[in-house]
Write a protein that binds this ligand. Sequence first.
Ligand code: M6R
Length: 689
Amino acid sequence: MCGIFAYLNYNVHRERRYILELLFNGLRRLEYRGYDSAGISIDSDSVPSADLGRNFPANSMNPLVFRQEGKIDQLVRSVYEEVDETRLDLDQTFSVHTGIAHTRWATHGPPSPRNSHPQSSGEGNEFLVVHNGIVTNYVVLKETLVRHGFKFESETDTEVIPKLAKFVFDKLSEEGGRPTFSQVVLEVMRQLEGAYALIFKSPHYPNELVACKRGSPLLLGLKEFKENSDGGTPFNDVKFLTKTDNPKELFLSSDANALIEHTKQVLVIEDDEVVHLKDGGISILKFDSDNAKATGGLPRPASVQRALSILEMEVEQIKKGNYEHYMQKEIHEQPESLKTTMSGRLIQEGPGKVKGILLGGLKDYLKTIRRSRRIVFIGCGTSYNAALAARPFVEELSGVPVSMEIASDLLDRQGPIYREDTAVFVSQSGETADTLLALDYAKKNGALCVGITNTVGSALARNTHCGIHINAGAEIGVASTKAYTSQIVVMTMLALAVGDDSISSKSRREAIIDNLFDLPNKVREVLQLDDEMKDLAKLLMDEQSLLMFGRGYNYATALEGALKVKEVALMHSEGMLAGEMKHGPLALVDETLPIVVIATRDACFSKQQSVIQQLHARKGRLIVMCTKGDASVVCPGGSCRAIEVPAVEDCLQPVINIIPLQLLAYHLTVLRGFDVDQPRNLAKSVTTQ
Ligand code: M6R
């Protein structure tokens, strides 16, 4: 979790006010990654105190550190209050300056200013660090540092990092020679275990930043200007990182959302790379852990040449547009996001004639997948539910048995994964720690690993053997909505690509592909239930609990609908397999507890009708989701409330059926007065176990 961000302006004049606002804005873009506390560091206008007994470079300034519990806006308010009190000059201009920023999702220590980042080496803030990830050996490091006289102020794992940096800096300085900033960081890395992306700032190295990563994501953005003026025309064609004196702005960020409004030219920093920004240059060193261990001395890094890539996203994607909330926007965006997901992948021979499915990232692996002994879907939360929705169809078309694994459970059990398996990892963010650890595990066991993710360049995309991007566009609401429907569609296309195209399955395949073409229209149609779902939400807003029963293709819909309601509306809600109802949950049924039953037309329809009857017999308070025209069938004589949805092929019905439940969760949240986009205690990507 957590979002880290940094801004360095070089030969571009920027006022302190501008720098502050740019850092705040960066944090706002990353706030969905964690939002319980935040902090920044910029330069002051005073030089470091001589009391520290250190030789700071002549141009070094004391860093200012601001940290606050709560959301970014609270940090912003507190910074401006402090600025007022201390009469800090916001108009002061810097031609070179470095600022770092952090938004937190607490793992070690509750949200509070002292547990917020930047974490500091101590008095004088000789080293400051913002961190995304977890240092697993922090207890041992802390004990060692305490023995060397360091005093800790926070409960965080992160605090060992700046203190270790100071320890390393002091030691290397005493041994003669002044280490470079990247040497200090490389030595710190050698001692850290766990997952992290880090950005360091230090008055020992004025106007320099060093960033490094292992496991957690980190991007560098570059905006280079043609003229030596303030904000001249940017170059849009810089391809390689070369050192120039051109004015430039450099950004470091946990994800692309905080970069896109500044530049599209980015570098996805790889694990074990150390990026040193200094004097207008960007040098990248590769930490070699084996080499470091073997020599037992200072790591000998190799310098790395990297080309920039172009971000394929638009600023509009990260804005709310005319919507009140990102979740609302993302629900309503689904006709378009699904279109993008399918774009270029459904091949039509002529009007009404379908040729097939083209999945570029998979084409060389289809034979291996077909021959696998088993397909194992692995994911967490909504991504797991999407795979569960796709499972029956993948089984049907591929003929390969499909098993389901929640990533953390697979790891807890060390469940069997074999060389003959195809392990399919599903993750919107591509960053989820449990999923990535399960990927390592499956790789070690020799399985073919396929990734399905929304995030180009994510750890999942980079570390799987092959895969498919879902191309749903940026999803910023913490509750996953459009990614879910795009994931189902991608897995349906996967099934079509893997499945044989025998005569017997021809008409089924063609019907599904036809339906895929028309799916955005059907989604548009079901979105018209918005007002109806708002009315239903009004009716349910004061309830304590809500059950959802589904089966077959729509067991996943029940799980996912309930997850949405509990996650954002903070209302207890359980999705259940309708076939299990009689084996326990039926005891809960009375005339007060609201129950959603999903009973659209498919092979399970008649079984769902008996479920409805059994619930009626116990005076259950039912809301039945049914196929258009079936209201009087499922709720004869108006015996319950019906939600009618358009019919599509059974395997695509979960895409349609989840949408009224997403709308219901959204409206319940607004009516109950909770935060829609940043639900309590959650964050968008879960990068810790
Ligand atoms: O990024 P991922 O798809 O791997 O995330 C997995 C879950 O953390 C995620 O789906 C979570 O359940 C969502 N917040 C649900 O809306």
